[in-house]
Design a protein around this ligand. Structure first.
Ligand code: RB5
Length: 141
């Protein structure tokens, strides 16, 4: 069964909460923390925590949010089996699924409008991997 996980650091906490609120009706998304935004936390801790869950099953996907999306992306991509895509447009999010079979989307709360971020997540969750010529490329990663 497909499972969706989400996590952030303090810089991505508010966007994470907005994503959970917006997709609450149609998706079951497991929040891996942090639970509160009272103190600074280290984004790699949450990236690795989420990637551990996503890597368990090829149908699992993850959403990681930090201030820029960059730190989460770098940390996530250090995990075996993870293809994390830093997304800043709907097209970018869609292509990350179609061509790269991305299993994690990363977003930067400080650099993207909330409405665009929500559309990116929607596109990421709805788009299927195209397969075909992209399979051999992914295997080379
Ligand atoms: C935290 O201030 C910030 O560095 C972090 O959220 C992220 O942008 C790192 O890439």
């Amino acid at each position: 069964m497909k499972k969706i996980f989400i996590a952030s650091d303090h810089g991505g906490f508010n966007l994470k909460k907005n994503i959970l609120k917006y997709f609450n009706k149609n998706y079951l998304i497991k929040d891996l923390g942090p639970k509160q935004n009272k103190k600074s936390v280290d984004y790699p801790d949450f990236a690795h925590k989420l990637c551990k869950q996503v890597a368990k099953n090829k149908n699992h996907v993850g959403i990681l949010v930090c201030g820029s999306g960059v730190g989460m992306s770098i940390a996530a991509n250090k995990n075996k089996g993870i293809r994390a895509a830093l997304c800043y447009s709907v097209k970018n999010a869609k292509l990350s699924r179609l061509h790269n079979d991305a299993n994690v989307i990363t977003l930067g709360e400080r650099l993207i409008k909330k409405t665009v971020a929500l559309k990116c997540v929607e596109s990421f969750l709805k788009t299927e991997f195209e397969g075909g010529r992209h399979i051999k490329r992914i295997k080379k990663i």
